[in-house]
Design a protein around this ligand. Structure first.
Ligand SMILES: Nc1ncnc2c1ncn2[C@@H]1O[C@H](COP(=O)(O)OP(=O)(O)OP(=O)(O)O)[C@@H](O)[C@H]1O
Ligand SMILES: [Mg+2]
Length: 223
C-alpha cells in the first residue's frame, strides 16, 4: 500500500540570539518526511534541538528559513490567525509535565480544547476519557489524581479534537517505569484505534525501539 505523506519539512534552520554578537545555530538544515499513521521517535543528546524542532512542527515557533508542507499546504505562509486555527484543529501536544489546569477537573481540562475549536462536545470528551481509562476520575482535579493518571488525561486532551498529528516531548520523562509503560502502551493502542500520526521525543531507549522509525538529531541535522 502506498504511504500517504502527512508532512514534509525541508532545510529548516533555526538560531537563537544569545548575545548581540552571538548566535546559537540549533537547526542547520533539517529535512524530514512523516507519513500518516506512523509513530516516529526523535532522539538525540540534550541540547540537540529536539524540542526546538517539535515546536516548529507544532507551529508554536517559526523557523528562520525552510519550508513546511502539511497535507499539501504551505503552513508558514499562513497568517498568525490561520496558524492558530490550523494548530488547534490539526495538532495535539503532549508534554513531559501534564500542564493540566489545576482549578479544573480532568473532564473540564479535556473539554476546553473542544470549546477553543468551537465544537464543545461532552460526549466526545467522555469517550476519549474512557479510551485513556480515566472515566472514574473524570470529576477530580489534577491534584487529586496520580501523575500517571494526569498524563493520561493530558493524552486525552491532546486527542480530543481528532488532530492529524500528535507531538509529544518526553511524554514519559516524568513517570516511573510502570506508569511510563502504561503511557507507551496507551499511545500504541490509541494509534491502532484512531490511526493518528505521532512524533515523540524520548530519551527512553525501549520506547524508541518500539516506534516504527527512529530519527536522530545531531549537530543540527538529522542523521
Ligand atoms: N528560547 C531560547 N533562547 C535561547 N536558546 C535556546 C532557546 N530554546 C532553546 N535554546 C537552546 O537551543 C539548544 C536546543 O534546545 P532544545 O530545547 O531544542 O534541545 P533538546 O534537544 O530538546 O534538549 P533536551 O533533551 O535537554 O530537552 C540548546 O542549546 C538550548 O539551550
Ligand atoms: Mg527538549
Amino acid at each position: 500500500m502506498e504511504k500517504e505523506l502527512l508532512l514534509e519539512v525541508s532545510d529548516i534552520q533555526k538560531s537563537y540570539q544569545i548575545t548581540k554578537q552571538n548566535n546559537l545555530r540549533v537547526l542547520k538544515g533539517v529535512h524530514l518526511k512523516i507519513y500518516a499513521g506512523e509513530i516516529v521517535a526523535i532522539v538525540g543528546k540534550s541540547g540537540a534541538g529536539k524540542s526546538t524542532l517539535l515546536h516548529i512542527l507544532g507551529t508554536l515557533d517559526r523557523p528562520d528559513s525552510g519550508k513546511y508542507i502539511f497535507r499539501g499546504s504551505d503552513v508558514f505562509s499562513y497568517s498568525d490567525k490561520q496558524l492558530a486555527d490550523f494548530r488547534s484543529k490539526k495538532i495535539g501536544f503532549i508534554f513531559q509535565f501534564h500542564h493540566l489546569l489545576p482549578e479544573f477537573t480532568a473532564q473540564e481540562n479535556v473539554l476546553i480544547p473542544t470549546m477553543i475549536a468551537g465544537k464543545k462536545n461532552v460526549v466526545e470528551v467522555n469517550r476519549i476519557l474512557e479510551d485513556v481509562g480515566i472515566t472514574d476520575r473524570a470529576h477530580h482535579k489534577p491534584s487529586e489524581i496520580s501523575g500517571g493518571e494526569a498524563q493520561r488525561v493530558a493524552i486525552a486532551r491532546a486527542l480530543v479534537n481528532s488532530p492529524d498529528l500528535i507531538l509529544a516531548d518526553e511524554p514519559t520523562g516524568n513517570l516511573d517505569t510502570e506508569n511510563a509503560d502504561a503511557v507507551i502502551n496507551l499511545i500504541f493502542s490509541l494509534r491502532e484505534k484512531y490511526n493518528q500520526t505521532y512524533l515523540i521525543v524520548t530519551h527512553n531507549e525501549e520506547f524508541a525501539q518500539r516506534c516504527d522509525r527512529i530519527i536522530k538529531i545531531s549537530d543540527g541535522i538529522i542523521i
